[in-house]
Design a protein around this ligand. Structure first.
Ligand SMILES: Cc1cc2nc3c(=O)[nH]c(=O)nc-3n(C[C@H](O)[C@H](O)[C@H](O)COP(=O)(O)OP(=O)(O)OC[C@H]3O[C@@H](n4cnc5c(N)ncnc54)[C@H](O)[C@@H]3O)c2cc1C
Length: 307
């Protein structure tokens, strides 16, 4: 066992440290190679100690949510993947506020809000991410986004050898379309508070059910994917550009431009991360050539994709 593994075992507990963990089991794309180390942080103290150690020793690390917006290279991730454990999944209500731990699944949080008669999270009820991932991405759908309801998020930062927690508003986090300041100033979301509106429980549930049906009708939920592969370019829809380029159903191995929704690249079976990546590049090239528009991936690429 090397020094890094020893230290991870000491800080997180050996039962929480896995070596060469296949990331295909932790990503909704169901593809990708192993993470050199896969560590579950059981408590805030363990997370803080891990981040402090990894930052000060210059080791590479990544905070994983539900893996619903990442693609890990087949060669894997040669750093420490940190997953937040059960202690980060609490959800509670305080009047019109809902406070949720960063590892709480959005789906569960929106159902909790609905059961409390609190409206505002309906848009999130079909997004398969966690609160942490949703704040990081400013997740949104059907006209709603995290920015509209986020009161604050508590963020663990590390700077100049010190770890500290800061409470940041949506404005301070500079939330905009699929963007937060966490992309530039790395920090770990610990929990978030949302301000919601009281409403009739049955009406909230009805809105959630309607959005669920829309998703099922429009999106290829039967296959692995990371949702929309590309961001919406200003003035266009990525799916429409891809469709107009004749790429509906285009494939590379088991990676395929969804027949149902051209904005999704799906894994129809055993697609490798390289096949998914190659198809992404082909789509970008064709759309650029046909329409002069650059498609920027929404999905976050991790590891080395060079041949
Ligand atoms: C079928 C399907 C449908 C989707 N529909 C939508 C949709 O309608 N709208 C939408 O916006 N997205 C959608 N997505 C994409 C995805 O679900 C969102 O981007 C989601 O917010 C990602 O959350 P996650 O927990 O899975 O994050 P991950 O994919 O695990 O990580 C994404 C990023 O968030 C960071 N992150 C995760 N947790 C934390 C934390 N605690 N602190 C700091 N950073 C963190 C990671 O480091 C990474 O950079 C869809 C995906 C799928 C598969």
């Amino acid at each position: 066992m090397n020094k890094l593994e020893e230290e991870l075992n000491r800080l997180a507990g050996s039962e929480n440290v896995r070596v060469n963990e296949p990331m295909a089991s932790h990503c909704t794309f169901r593809a990708g190679g192993p993470a050199a180390y896969f560590v579950t942080a059981d408590t805030r103290d363990a997370l803080t100690a891990l981040v402090r150690f990894l930052e000060s020793s210059g080791e590479k690390y990544f905070i994983l949510g539900n893996g619903s917006n990442i693609l890990v290279s087949d060669k894997g991730y040669d750093g420490v993947m940190i997953r937040l454990g059960k202690a980060f999944e609490d959800i509670s209500r305080d009047g019109g506020r809902l406070i949720a731990g960063s590892a709480a699944p959005l789906v569960r949080v929106s159902v909790y809000a609905s059961d409390c008669g609190l409206s505002g999270l309906e848009f999130a009820s079909g997004i398969p991410g966690t609160i942490g991932g949703a704040v990081y991405m400013n997740a949104g759908a059907y006209g709603g986004e995290i920015k509209q309801i986020l009161e604050y998020a508590d963020i663990l930062y590390h700077k100049d050898g010190h770890s500290f927690v800061q409470r940041k508003s949506a404005e301070e986090l500079d939330l905009s379309y699929r963007h937060s300041s966490l992309k530039e100033y790395a920090g770990t979301v610990l929990e978030a508070s949302f301000v919601l509106k009281e409403d009739d429980k049955a009406l909230i549930k009805q809105r959630m059910d309607e959005l669920k049906i829309k998703r099922q009708e429009k999106q290829p939920l039967e296959y692995g994917s990371a949702g929309s592969t590309f961001k919406r370019p200003e003035g266009y829809f990525a799916g429409k550009l891809i469709e107009d380029s004749g790429l509906r159903g285009a494939s590379c191995g088991d990676a395929c431009v969804s027949e149902k929704h051209c904005g999704f690249i799906v894994n129809k079976g055993k697609a490798s991360a390289s096949e998914i990546y190659r198809l992404m590049c082909e789509v970008q090239e064709k759309v650029r050539a046909d329409h002069g528009v650059s498609l920027e991936p929404e999905v976050i690429l991790l590891g080395n994709f060079a041949d």
